[in-house]
Design a protein around this ligand. Structure first.
Ligand code: OAD
Length: 241
């Protein structure tokens, strides 16, 4: 059996599936990845737009950057990778998708059991009251936007460098993992640079549940993968479900 057949076989018999996605899953929709050729962090210093310090220094500049990304995202659609993952969710008994992406292309494709570990670009958070609201207007009418109830600055509800990841998402993932053995773990389109991604990928894998990595090229997770599928997620995932 080749690797793709092994992955198909694992998913055909799977009841509980855990998936982790990164920027690569949205790349074929036209969302730039962070690292690699044309990556977001190649064009702008993350410390100028994705830290609390940058926001404190120049909230309008930071917001302009997020507003541009929001406007770009408005016109983008889920690709076959998002659709295949939503289809997989509907085929198995128990499914959980942990994404590092701040777009909502998984939800647009129909994913339901999903948590955003790095927050959502479509949510705004009051810097005083910490209240979170969805706001899909792009462009926003005023930059930087302000809270309608208290007048304080709003910030994008995303995780910046130096901040804690979304605890609600952590709890959801942990409780899924604690509920029982996983029959297949899929990690797709991520460099897996953050230790918690490696940790979840490894701890989710069980004796009967292989770790399947789908990526263009190798990552630091690759040595731990039982099955490595090299190529574009939008071509490989529809082939598996
Ligand atoms: P990266 O940009 O670091 O990595 C994207 C990965 O996707 C790379 O390994 C590519 O090889 C792969 N890739 C690109 N196109 C693909 C495709 N069509 N099919 C399959 N794989 C493809 O993005 P992430 O690992 O998601 O965090 O980055 C993680 C976090 O770092 C982001 O959430 C963001 C960033 O800083 C924050 O902003 C907190």
């Amino acid at each position: 059996m080749n690797q793709i057949e092994q992955a198909r076989e694992a998913l055909r018999n799977a009841h509980r599936v855990f998936v982790i996605t990164g920027a690569g899953v949205s790349a074929e929709s036209g969302v730039p990845t962070f690292r690699g050729v044309g990556g977001v962090w190649k064009n702008i210093d993350p410390y100028k737009v994705a830290t609390p310090e940058a926001f404190a220094e120049d909230p309008a500049f930071v917001w302009q950057w997020y507003d541009d990304r929001r406007q770009n995202l408005l016109n983008l659609k889920p690709n076959p990778a998002h659709v295949a993952l939503a289809q997989l969710e509907s085929q198995v008994d128990d499914f959980f998708l942990l994404t590092q992406n701040v777009d909502d292309l998984h939800e647009q494709a129909g994913s339901k059991s999903i948590a955003h570990i790095h927050g959502s670009i479509w949510e705004v958070r009051c810097t005083r009251e910490e209240t979170v609201q969805t706001d899909r207007r792009a462009p926003l009418p005023e930059l930087p936007p302000r809270c309608v109830t208290c007048g304080a600055l709003l910030r994008p509800n995303v995780v910046w460098f130096g901040e804690t990841i979304n605890l609600d998402a952590v709890n959801q993932a942990e409780s899924f993992l604690l509920t029982g053995d996983i029959d297949a773990v899929i990690v797709v389109g991520t460099e897996a640079l953050f230790p918690y991604i490696i940790h979840w990928a490894q701890s989710a894998r069980s004796e009967r549940g292989p770790l399947i990595e789908i990526n263009i090229g190798e990552t630091i997770l690759s040595p731990y993968a039982d099955i490595r599928l090299d190529g574009e997620a939008g071509k490989i995932l529809p082939n598996l479900v």
